[in-house]
Design a protein around this ligand. Structure first.
Ligand code: PLP
Length: 287
């Protein structure tokens, strides 16, 4: 973990960084968050994450705490003070601190802003991508607004723990019709038997992954075919390849679902190429 955190206008040693016990994020999960991958100390694929953060705040009627320019400065300063080149930058904005009551505080209070930075060993994550990871499935049991990136992540926490207990890296939620929605902290993809890229469309109750969005552009630029259509776990197993995307995982091959090998049970060429192209693109769009 980085040594310095940003908390409500102050840069403080990580071990001393605290929020108020009546912070609504802490008590009610009344908060949003955003995560950027850091490349060479810069915020990768930056614009999409800023835009989604603003949208999440808007959907919850939480005031934008500072201008985009000011926020960028503070985010970059937090990264700089931690001297981290490759890693993850976490931003959380809660509705603020107020006496506990489910309804919004009236008059509104100042949103509470927290930032932390952690380092990532890129060589280790490349080695992991070269090996691929496994996933398990779990019934979809989240609320109906998974498009908002809120800190209300308990179903995701339990799903991820189920994966961890099974020795898997990720859990895929499966809806009542039997289709994969997304992962506990990633979007889910396959390369089907015809070589088409398939991922759940964003009219479904999923997070609109920034990595997913940028990768769709990369895929189209490469002249590959995309089909934003749901798939079942059985279709994933019958696919040529599967992978997950997110700021934390970038593009990460999936080699088995619920213990059944995907395709030949090893990472395939499409995911490897898309990983490389995505990283190039995320770096090119870094601030
Ligand atoms: N889906 C969920 C539930 C997530 O939590 C995340 C990332 O944390 C993603 C998808 C991937 O989103 P992004 O590519 O914007 O990191």
């Amino acid at each position: 973990m980085g040594r310095i955190a940003y908390v409500n206008g102050r840069y403080v040693p990580h071990g001393e960084a605290v929020v108020h016990i009546e912070d609504r994020g802490y008590q009610l999960a009344d908060a949003i968050y955003e995560v950027w991958a850091l490349f060479d100390g810069k915020l990768g694929d930056a614009e999409g994450h800023f835009a989604r953060m603003e949208r999440s705040l808007g959907e919850l009627s939480i005031e934008v705490p500072m201008s985009r320019a000011a926020l960028t400065l503070v985010l970059r300063e937090t990264v700089r003070r931690n001297r981290i080149r490759d890693g993850l930058l976490y931003l959380q904005i809660s509705r603020g601190v107020a006496r506990r009551d489910h309804a919004f505080p009236n008059p509104p209070v100042r949103p509470a802003v927290v930032m932390t930075v952690s380092s990532v060993d890129r060589a280790a994550s490349e080695a992991r991508a070269a090996k691929g990871v496994t996933v398990v499935t779990t019934p979809e049991n989240r609320w109906g607004r998974c498009d908002i990136k809120t800190v209300g992540l308990l179903p995701n926490v339990l799903a991820k723990q189920k994966a961890r207990a099974a020795g898997a890296a990720e859990a895929w939620f499966v809806d009542e019709l039997g289709f994969v929605t997304e992962g506990a902290s990633s979007n889910a993809w396959i390369v089907d038997g015809e070589g088409r890229l398939r991922t759940r469309d964003t009219n479904a109750n999923i997070l609109r992954g920034v990595t997913r969005h940028t990768l769709l552009e990369v895929i189209r630029n490469e002249g590959l075919e995309v089909d934003e259509r749901p798939f079942t776990p059985a279709e994933a197993v019958a696919a040529r390849e599967a992978f997950i995307t997110g700021a934390g995982t970038l593009v990460l091959p999936v080699i088995a679902v619920d213990g059944k090998p995907v395709g030949e049970g090893k990472p395939g060429p499409v995911a490897a190429r898309l990983r490389r192209l995505y990283i190039e693109q995320a770096k090119a769009a870094a601030v």
